[in-house]
Ligand binder design. Structure first.
Ligand code: MN
Length: 706
């Protein structure tokens, strides 16, 4: 068992004395923190983090990763808070430790198998720094190595989880040697009998093969020298699990799999890789169609090599892999190899489009990896830039588009949940519905019967499902709002004609509808509400034929103005040119298809509007008008630090709310601030302005109308 001194010794090859001293400090801190704790095997607990750091050192991982490895179980097992780690070892190390702890807390093992893929992605997405994953993999590797003393059932569960989650992650990251070792441990734990069986068979077969292996190796070596190539040739042992997979997957008998002789040739340069292929093809006949060029076209996880299969003597198949030393490191350590070669300008050849977005980023990094520090910065990449993974309260995983909010989540659960949601809890805490979700969060939606979607949601939802459902609902809502307004408009005119809708006979109504080619009364009212038909014209036609007197028809003075209550919904809007609020004299303008727009009588657009008197309507505020109305203020003030915050505080202290602040610098001394605020009425506005005037640097405030 290597000690901290042994580790420090081996680190001196690639780290500075200062960095090694920091790693030592982390080790002693962990030793203190875990004092009294023991591993299942009886050893002091600190041997585990030390071993994890050792694993990472073989990949030449940086000192921060090694410090995090030393401390990786401290938060989880000793209750020392993240802040304490941050104070001792800095923010970066604390973040790494925290990230590893979060992964440790995830109970992947209890989840259904079909969710494994999502869990892998979630684990990756949660780790904002890829080094979190590398520390976690090393942690898991050591735990799997030392699993011997665990009860069989627990071993099996751990192995399943490792197989489902961590093996694929290692594979995604191109970490072949980590993947293979994890697979071997898992295979032994899950299928102890089968693994022992294959192991036995391999042992026997190996005896018979030794001689042939060295004959072939010598032949290849000689041929390479003849071609003037410097290279090393090694025989490759097949791993138990890969033999097992082949036996199952390809339904091949053991003998056929073991019959293949596998070698790897490492040469100094890429050119020599291709020359070496020529040399071995010249030695033994190649198998047609088995040559693969993964150098020109690397695998999605960055793997590069040339593969070929040859007919050896007596027709034995010989599999050959040819690559450079760098490709070898990349094949073994994958993403971690970037730390091995972080300062070298080793460009990848022929990097084609990657299937994985993240890997593309990583490969580009390798190409530009000039400054190691810059590389570390850039390692904080988004592995799944387009997705987030969150939990439902029951622990199921939901995949959503990046930037999705609780409302998107609610609609993803069910349309009814979305339509009636009023609030949400994120990680058990009340949170805003518009807050973008992050991977790993647990999201709970709170619904209320009778609650309705809010038009404002459209400004932050990002999933198609949420958007279309909200739109659909609003459209429906708009329909009933327009019917309601249409009824009020029509009735008002009817009353002024000494009639009412109720007095119109059914025959008369249906005759009218038929003539107008509208199917229902509601359809007619909607048309009126939306401004597509004028209430006055409709009323005249309906009243005319009921035989009522016509002498008052043109006497519009007798019409009571329509009152605006503020609760009409979507068919009445307030003009964004003059921002009328209760208390202002107003005028209604029915615009085709958009319902009624309320303007202030001092609006400068009024001239144009008045040109179509048939579309204008006398309106006034209802005594019981309610709601919030937007109004625009222009504030001139002297520059001062934090002045925008001061303005905002003044507005909210008057119980008004801010919709928008835009700042325009006038000169060195003065600024203009345009404020859009929401108030209830003119009195409320006056109170708010008073608060604003009380600010010392405010010179003037005017209410702007367009
Ligand atoms: Mn651990």
């Amino acid at each position: 068992m290597p000690t901290i001194d042994d580790l420090a010794q081996s680190l001196s090859i690639y780290l500075t004395a200062e960095q090694i001293a920091q790693i030592r400090r982390a080790y002693y801190y962990a030793e203190q923190a875990h004092d009294g704790q023991r591993r299942r095997s009886g050893e002091p607990y600190v041997t585990h983090p030390l071993a994890v750091a050792n694993i990472l050192s073989t990949m030449h991982m940086d000192h921060q990763s090694l410090m995090a490895a030393m401390l990786h179980d401290v938060i989880e097992d000793t209750g020392i808070p993240k802040e304490a780690i941050s104070a001792q070892f800095g923010e970066v190390v604390a973040e790494l430790v925290d990230g590893v702890s979060k992964l440790t807390q995830m109970r992947f093992e209890t989840k259904a198998e079909q969710e494994a893929d999502n869990f892998q992605k979630m684990a990756l997405a949660m780790a904002k720094d890829i080094r979190v994953i590398l520390v976690k993999l090393a942690d898991r590797m050591h735990n799997m190595r030392t699993m011997g003393v665990m009860p069989q059932e627990k071993k099996r569960r751990k192995a399943r989880e490792t197989m489902d989650i961590y093996v694929p992650i290692a594979n995604r990251l191109g970490m072949h040697s980590v993947r293979v070792e994890l697979e071997e441990h898992c295979f032994k734990a899950i299928y102890p009998m089968r693994s022992r069986c294959i192991q036995q068979a391999v042992k026997q077969a190996r005896g018979n093969r030794t001689e042939l292996v060295s004959v072939i190796r010598d032949a290849i070596n000689t041929r390479l020298r003849e071609h003037g190539l410097e290279g090393s040739v090694t025989g490759r042992e097949k791993h138990l699990y890969s033999i097992y997979k082949k036996m199952r997957g390809q339904k091949k008998p053991f003998s056929e799999i073991m019959d293949v002789y596998a070698f790897r040739i490492i040469v100094p340069t890429v050119d020599e890789c291709y020359l070496a292929v020529g040399a071995v093809h010249n030695l033994y006949k190649p198998f047609p169609g088995r040559f693969k060029d993964y150098i020109a076209i690397p695998k999605a996880n960055g793997y590069q090599s040339l593969h070929t299969t040859l007919f050896g003597m007596h027709g034995v198949p010989i599999e050959i892999q040819i690559r450079t030393q760098e490709m070898e490191e990349m094949a073994n350590y994958g993403i971690a190899a970037h730390w091995l070669y972080k300062s070298e300008e080793e460009a990848l050849i022929g990097s084609h489009d990657r299937t994985r977005q993240w890997l593309k980023g990583v490969l580009e990094l390798q190409q530009n990896a000039g400054d190691p520090l810059e590389f570390i910065e850039n390692v904080k990449i988004d592995l799944f830039p387009d997705e987030v993974y969150v939990f439902t309260p029951k622990g199921n995983i939901m995949e959503l588009a990046k930037g999705a909010t609780a409302v998107d989540f609610a609609y993803a659960v069910h349309t009814d949940v979305g339509n009636t949601c009023v609030a949400c809890r994120i990680d058990r805490r009340l949170a805003s519905l518009s807050q973008p979700l992050e991977s790993g969060q647990t999201v709970e939606v709170i619904t209320a019967p009778g609650a309705k979607p809010n038009v404002a949601w459209l400004s932050f939802v990002i999933t198609g499902k949420a958007r279309s459902n909200i739109r659909h609902y609003l459209k429906h809502q708009r329909h009933s709002d327009s019917v309601e307004l249409g009824r009020r408009l029509l009735n008002r005119v009817m009353v002024s004609l000494n009639s009412s809708l109720d007095q119109v006979s059914e025959e008369r109504m249906s005759a009218f509808l038929e003539e107008a080619q509208i199917e229902t009364l509601n359809g007619l009212l909607e048309e009126i509400g939306l401004g597509n038909r004028m209430a006055y014209m409709v009323a005249r036609r309906l009243v005319d034929s009921t035989g009522e007197r016509k002498d008052q028809l043109d006497n519009s003075d007798s019409q009571q103005p329509l009152t605006i209550r503020g609760t009409e919904g979507m068919v009445i809007t307030f003009a964004r040119c003059c921002y009328p609020i209760p208390g202002d004299p107003i005028l209604g303008h029915v615009s085709s298809g958009r319902g009624m727009v309320i303007h202030s009588q001092s609006c400068r657009n009024l001239g144009d509007i008045r040109e179509h008197p048939e579309r204008c309507l006398e309106v006034e505020w209802d005594k019981n008008v309610s709601g919030e109305f937007t109004v625009e203020l222009r504030v001139e003030l002297e520059h001062q630090r934090g002045m925008v915050a001061t303005l905002a505080t003044a507005v909210t202290s008057a119980d008004a709310s801010i919709e928008k602040i835009s700042l325009e610098e006038r000169d060195a001394r003065f600024s203009m601030v345009d404020l859009l605020i929401n108030v209830n009425d003119r009195l409320h506005l006056a109170r708010t302005i008073k608060k604003l005037r009380a600010i010392k640097v405010v010179n003037s405030i005017i209410r702007t109308r367009g």
